[in-house]
Design a protein around this ligand. Structure first.
Ligand code: FAD
Length: 447
């Protein structure tokens, strides 16, 4: 199946896990339930070294090498199982899940896809075992959504490359050993570089005080003529946009899967509270309004689950590896991110509502989950930017014949023809993206 097949009503069925995948899941669940979940309060309180220790422990168990082939020390998991890992880690503790997600996703993938043999054999076994923790340093104070408009500079000298500039919001910055840093050579040619933690001229800011994900480490990086070897270029000079953007396709699926895990957790918390809390002489879930809320939340979670695992199965069944599959199904991955993060927002909000005043207290887990949920619509491309991506990609693929023309009665025909040559109006583009999301979700719900 190729990208855009959903426009013709074609969907890949979710994959069942094989026996090796079941063994891997059986290895991660006791770690998450026995070590990570019980430590969630201490992670939230930023207990010194705890998050880093747990990440490295996950590496010792072999759980960080999902994207890495066996010959480079990994366990080469399918996108389906990686999505399941993202779901389960986020269910156990979002402040652990996002560092795990960044390390196993955007920190490892550029190296795996664009690294030289020497870079891969040096770093990937270490990243797989947790001996090294990775980070992805793209965002800057002046470059967030417009990530490729960054201003960090790289200059080649006799001694090596000199990097100067500032990075912002870098997950794992507090303890990462290796940073993939994006900078422009001669102020023009976007390029990715591998920067080690003890590089002269590299320093890290203090961890940000955040609304949610308080236990994760998010900090600025300062590059003051930082000196790195000539061989630290990742991929080709001037081709850094590939290392910056391609990992985001599968990254979006992973973030959607993490959002699904948190939505399931919020639903479980809401159900438990509604079945035990009594008002007017009966449990809350006996009241029609509360039962209706729980039913709507359940429907949305089921739809999100279907979207994630059907999309993961599409990628798994596509020949040519996850780089090619992520590019082929970029629209589907962006839809999964937008839909599941918005399901999470809805479910977390209703779950808190069902808790009443208690939900507003930090004494109960739903309060933290509600705060942690808010960032999901912002990172890995804001949902506005993802909607624009869905619309422009859809339009581009239709006019270049990568997706066959839609029939006149097709549900997207009106919003697509409103765009004429290219998405001129953002609101038209959003309408097209919303129509595509609705079509994909409805299709994914069908048996
Ligand atoms: C906890 C956390 C962890 C993060 N981890 C990392 C990391 O590990 N590595 C990394 O590189 N970055 C990371 N980021 C940065 C993240 O990717 C950015 O915050 C995100 O891309 C949005 O950029 P911005 O914050 O600059 O918002 P802005 O780009 O300033 O956007 C602000 C608002 O304007 C909207 N907007 C922007 N452009 C347009 C447009 N063209 N049309 C319409 N609306 C628009 C956006 O949708 C948003 O609503 C992290 C951020 C956080 C908060």
């Amino acid at each position: 199946m190729t990208g855009g097949a959903f426009l013709r009503g074609e969907f890949s069925a979710p994959r069942l896990l094989d026996s090796f995948e079941k063994q891997c899941l059986a290895a991660i669940l006791p770690f998450l339930e026995g070590e990570v979940r019980p430590a969630a309060d201490r992670i939230e309180a930023c207990e010194d070294g705890l998050l880093e220790r747990l990440l490295r422990q996950a590496g010792e168990l072999g759980l960080l090498g999902g994207a890495i082939p066996e010959e480079l020390g990994g366990i080469a998991l399918t996108r389906t199982l990686i999505a399941r890992f993202c779901e389960e880690t986020a269910r156990a503790c979002p402040s652990f899940a996002i560092p795990f997600n960044v390390h196993t996703g955007v920190a490892i993938l550029p190296l795996l896809w664009f690294g030289s043999e020497a870079q891969k054999t040096h770093w990937l076994p270490k990243l797989a075992t947790g001996e090294a923790i990775g980070a992805f340093a793209l965002s800057e104070p002046g470059a967030g959504s417009d990530a490729l408009g960054l201003s960090c500079r790289a200059t080649q000298t006799d001694e090596g490359w000199r990097l100067s500039g500032q990075k912002l919001w870098i997950t794992n910055a507090g303890f990462a050993d290796l940073f993939t840093v994006f900078a422009k050579v001669d102020g023009e040619h976007l390029t990715a570089f591998l920067v080690e933690k003890n590089t002269p001229g590299l320093s890290r800011g203090k961890d940000e005080k955040k609304l949610g994900l308080k236990g994760s480490s998010t900090a600025a990086l300062f590059l003051d003529n930082a000196l790195i070897p000539h061989a630290a270029v990742l991929g080709e000079v001037g081709k850094g946009h590939k290392a910056a953007l391609f990992p985001l396709n599968v990254g979006r699926l992973n973030i959607g899967a993490a959002a699904l895990g948190m939505a399931k957790e919020a639903l479980a918390l809401a159900r438990a509270h509604a079945s035990t809390r009594k008002q007017f002489g009966q449990p809350l879930d006996r009241f029609e309004i509360i039962a209706d809320k729980l039913a709507r939340m359940t429907q949305k979670v089921a739809a999100a689950e279907s979207v994630i695992y059907r999309t993961a199965a599409l990628l798994d069944r596509f020949p040519g590896g996850s780089l090619a599959a992520g590019e082929e199904f970029a629209i589907e991955c962006a839809i999964a991110k937008v839909f599941c993060t918005e399901v999470l927002d809805f479910v977390a909000d209703e779950a808190l509502q069902i808790h009443g005043g208690l939900g507003f207290s930090e004494e109960v887990p739903i309060a933290r989950l509600y705060r942690d949920a808010r960032i999901f619509r912002i990172f890995e491309g804001t949902n506005e930017i993802n909607r624009l991506t869905i619309a422009t990609q859809l339009h581009k693929r239709l006019i270049t014949g990568r997706i066959p023309p839609l029939l006149a009665w097709h549900p997207l025909q009106d919003s697509l023809s409103a765009l004429e040559a290219a998405p001129k109006s953002q609101l038209q583009a959003i309408a097209l993206a919303d129509a595509a999301i609705a079509l994909y979700v409805e299709g994914a719900k069908k048996p």
